[in-house]
Design a protein around this ligand. Structure first.
Ligand code: HT7
Ligand code: ZN
Length: 871
């Protein structure tokens, strides 16, 4: 299939200045008239060519005259029209089939034919499934949209922009019109029509604009929208205060749907959300999910400036809006919740999702150089690594400098389609500095390795830190700028004042050094005894740190580092070394140091319960696998269990039991930090207790399941019972299935918990669950809950030595691909990394992928992923 290359970018030959859309909406068939005012770039003389896919063309007219069939050509994915001039008006009428659209791209039906509603998804290239258009982000147009439909079936009619009238039509029909004063790219167009309920709130921006905030959902879900409304208001205030950005329309709509390919979509004035990222109530939403809802609401709202007012010139610049908006959301969430916990959560995600992506055949730069299917590039690299790059830039400029730079960026590029160069130039110019060396980060794949070596000169009281960088790939790559935030600790756990030639720091004990060459020495003076360095504090750069700490040094940082992130990080490093002790059957020095350090932290009342829960959790199976060459996921699972068991033994059943009971005495369902932290640690204590005394832990879990005041406790208990194969598990599962029979999001968790049964039994369970009446390949959340949880969230279950997991995935992908290529392609990325499996699994995986690749008629989405994975 054809590759689209960044180097081939050309400005559009034709633009659409204004667009008038007039929809006649129906479930099976909708018709749309579009009237485009065309502008031609005088320096180019290409014929008029518009994107358009799967459109049934009913009529076409240019400058008021119907065109004969000889005056245009519509073949597959584009429409060519003869005779168009600058200022021409093109009118087309097309028919769409929303109910038959299972790909959930363009105009489609959410829910049932009888009760569901119509909606659109246009990013990245869905608008061409709605009408003929220059469907590329550097064409920005003014939209006027009229919706007409039967009033009883579609009482609510919404489109982006401000409302501009509504009224009755004959035959029980009605209409509503919307005008968006802000020119926008086609990917931000949206409409929604159907039976929806709403909650409303009035908001006044810092600039004094009165805005109506409206959140829409189906009747049974509207009561679960209040948390999102609060989160939206917090996000709007925060963007005013942190970035001086105000909302710019009179209404802001948010809509929840259960049928959505991703998390949410920032359509101008009409955000559309996957219900799982919007609906929340204590009975069906866990603490982690509440925070996720807050984060996604904020993310989509922040796009109004970072994405909508300033958009991307082309899809290669996707991280310009996504990396930046993830960074903005991370800063917001850190301000709303615990900053160190948020950092731990984000870095864990980066390591779990992005590092493996960057280490295998799907690796690509944050700004890819080429793609076949753009939907395959909404990746952890573009989003999460992209956010890390913005974080480094923000760190380099400091708080005020970054704000100055962002003001300049928004000012200069407002209403434009920008590039990453524009971004770096604005940030740099506003601060009189050149940030172009950071462009190298955007252009190369792979996670850099940062090696650190320390040498202490006792006679001269000098400590020399040698930092060196290395990225796998062509040797000719220029070095990257890597900011390394650091501190030095004495062996008593005190921080040393830092004296480093030529570097100044705000705090006397912490410093950011910039590694700009392949290798550099940093010499600290007045260091009397050999220190322990705390490096890359707060994870100041997205690299893999290689530093030869002794277990005692890591234990010292785990005990004393005041940087919450680095304290956790020291624990993670030590746990990984303890894991290696078990794996290689070597001296248990790290295992011992880890257990001892955690045992004393367990009794330390000054440690926050949530941080303690995270400290008591070793790196996940995916992260441990990243350190191996011939991966055996079942052995990794077993060793990680053993590791946790050793920790549990050191803490002791009595202590775990006591801590569990003390935490269980608090039964609030409040979402404040303290209550969430207690629930988190309670869960961890129960999981560790299970490894020592499974009957007692299962008894406690069964009781917790029954009396849980909210979903966090209920799901934690259910998970312990199911993973532990407890006798009480089936009763709890039955109860849950019935209790949440009508709650799709809660039911998804029921599928996911079971799909994550450890080891061999998982596959049988998945096959059984596929036969449940509630399972369907048509709903992305359900597919994710069952198949996604199995292939992505359960390495020991998926990677069976007989290859049955691989064959199951390959077979389901062929079916799923015919329904929804985007979801199929995303699921297929679970094959990433098969080359690093141990030989038997590797061969089984290869055979399954090759077989899948032979299948006729696979989508471009899936073909591209399989092709890359096989490479
Ligand atoms: N910008 C949004 C991207 C998105 C999307 C992309 C491809 C296919 C379907 C999609 N739905 C939403 C999500 C975001 O805010 O990052
Ligand atoms: Zn986004």
């Amino acid at each position: 299939t054809a590759l689209i290359r960044l180097s081939d970018y050309r400005a559009p030959a034709w633009r659409v200045e204004t667009v008038e859309l007039d929809f006649d909406l129906g479930i099976d068939a909708s018709e749309l008239s579009a009237r485009l005012l065309l502008r031609r770039d005088p320096s180019q003389n290409a014929p008029l060519r518009l994107d358009g896919e799967n459109l049934q063309l009913l009529s076409i007219a240019l400058d008021g005259r119907q065109l004969p069939a000889t005056a245009y050509r519509y073949a597959g994915n584009g429409l060519e029209v003869d005779g168009a001039r600058d200022g021409s008006v093109l009118e087309t009428r097309v028919r769409l089939r929303p109910a038959a659209n299972t790909a959930l791209e363009g105009l489609y039906l959410s829910g049932s034919r009888e009760a569901g509603f119509l909606l659109t998804q246009c990013e990245a290239e869905g608008f061409r499934h709605i009408t003929f258009f220059t469907d590329r982000p550097d064409v920005q147009s003014r939209y006027s949209v009229t919706l007409r439909a039967d009033r009883a079936r579609f009482p609510v009619l919404l489109a982006g922009g401000n409302p501009d009238g509504s009224g009755e039509l004959e035959g029980g029909r009605h209409w509503a019109r919307f005008v968006d004063p802000h020119p926008k790219p086609s990917y931000l167009f949206a409409l929604v029509a159907g039976r929806l309920e709403k909650i409303e709130r009035d908001y006044v921006t810092a600039e004094g604009r009165a805005v109506q905030l409206k959140i829409w959902a189906e009747a049974d879900a509207i009561d679960r929208c209040h948390y999102a409304m609060d989160a939206l208001e917090r996000s709007m205030r925060w963007d005013e205060q942190a970035y001086g950005r105000n909302y710019d329309l009179d209404v802001f709509h948010v809509v929840a749907t259960h049928d959505f390919n991703m998390g949410a979509m920032e359509n101008k004035g009409l955000n559309i959300f996957n219900a799982k990222c919007l609906l929340a109530d204590p009975d069906s939403t866990t603490d982690d999910e509440y925070r996720h809802v807050e984060a996604v609401v904020a993310h989509e709202y922040f796009h109004n400036w970072s994405g909508n007012r300033v958009t991307c010139r082309d899809w290669f610049q996707l991280s310009l809006k996504e990396g930046l908006t993830v960074f903005r959301e991370q800063s917001f969430s850190a301000d709303m919740n615990s900053a160190p916990l948020k950092r731990i959560e984000d870095v864990s995600l980066l390591r779990r999702a992005q590092f493996p992506e960057d280490a295998g055949p799907l690796a690509h730069p944050v700004r890819p150089a080429q793609y076949s299917e753009i939907n395959n590039f909404y990746t952890a690299t573009v989003y999460e690594k992209g956010a890390e790059l913005v974080r480094m830039l923000a760190g380099a400029l400091g708080k005020n400098g970054f704000r100055r730079g962002m003001d300049r960026y928004f000012e200069r590029n407002d209403g434009r389609a920008a590039t990453l160069e524009n971004f770096l130039a604005a940030l740099g110019d506003a601060n009189g500095t050149d940030l172009t060396p950071y462009l190298a980060w955007y252009g190369q794949a792979g996670t850099p390795r940062l090696s650190a070596r320390g040498r202490h000169d006792a006679a001269r009281h000098e400590y020399t830190l040698t930092l060196a960088q290395h990225v796998a790939g062509p040797e000719s790559r220029p070095p990257l700028p890597i900011p390394v935030k650091l501190a030095l600790f004495t062996h008593h756990g005190d921080m040393l004042p830092l004296h480093l030639d030529g570097q100044t720091s705000k705090s006397p004990n912490e410093l950011v050094v910039a590694l700009t060459q392949a290798e550099q020495d940093f010499v600290f003076t007045d260091v009397v005894t050999a220190p322990v360095p705390s490096l890359l504090r707060g994870f100041s750069a997205p690299v893999i740190l290689e530093c030869e700490y002794t277990p005692d040094e890591l234990a010292l940082l785990l005990a004393h580092d005041v940087d919450g992130f680095n304290r956790w990080e020291a624990g993670q490093q030590l746990a990984a070394r303890a894991y290696e002790n078990l794996r290689d059957d070597t001296s248990a020095d790290a295992l011992h140091a880890w257990c001892e350090a955690l045992a004393s932290l367990f009794d330390n009342p000054s440690i926050d319960d949530a941080l303690l829960a995270d400290l008591l959790t070793p790196p996940g199976e995916v992260e441990l696998a990243e350190r191996e060459t011939a991966i055996d996921p079942q052995r990794i699972h077993q060793l990680r269990q053993d590791l946790q068991q050793r920790l549990a033994e050191r803490l002791g059943a009595d202590a775990l039991h006591r801590r569990y009971q003390a935490l269980a005495a608090h039964t609030s369902i409040e979402l404040d930090a303290l209550s969430q932290a207690r629930r988190r640690l309670k869960r961890r204590a129960l999981e560790l207790l299970y490894l020592l005394d499974s009957p007692e832990a299962c008894r406690l879990a069964a009781a917790q399941y029954r009396s849980a005041p909210g979903m966090t406790d209920r799901l934690a208990a259910l998970t312990v019972l199911v993973r532990g194969n407890a006798t009480q598990a089936s009763a709890a599962l039955l109860d849950y299935r019935e209790r949440y029979a009508d709650n799709a999001l809660a039911l998804d968790k029921w599928f996911a918990v079971q799909a994550q049964l450890p080891g061999e039994p998982a596959l049988e369970r998945v096959l059984l669950l596929e036969r449940d009446a509630a399972f369907t390949l048509k709903n992305p959340n359900r597919v994710q809950a069952l198949l996604g949880a199995f292939v992505r969230g359960n390495p020991s279950g998926f990677h069976r030595i007989d290859g049955a997991g691989y064959r199951l995935l390959a077979e389901r992908l062929t079916k799923l691909d015919t329904l929804n290529p985007q979801v199929a392609a995303r699921l297929a990325t679970a094959f990433n990394g098969w080359q690093r499996l141990e030989p038997l699994r590797r061969e089984a995986a290869r055979a399954a992928i090759v077989e899948l690749a032979r299948h006729d008629g696979l989508s471009r989405n899936l073909t591209e992923i399989i092709g890359s994975v096989l490479n």
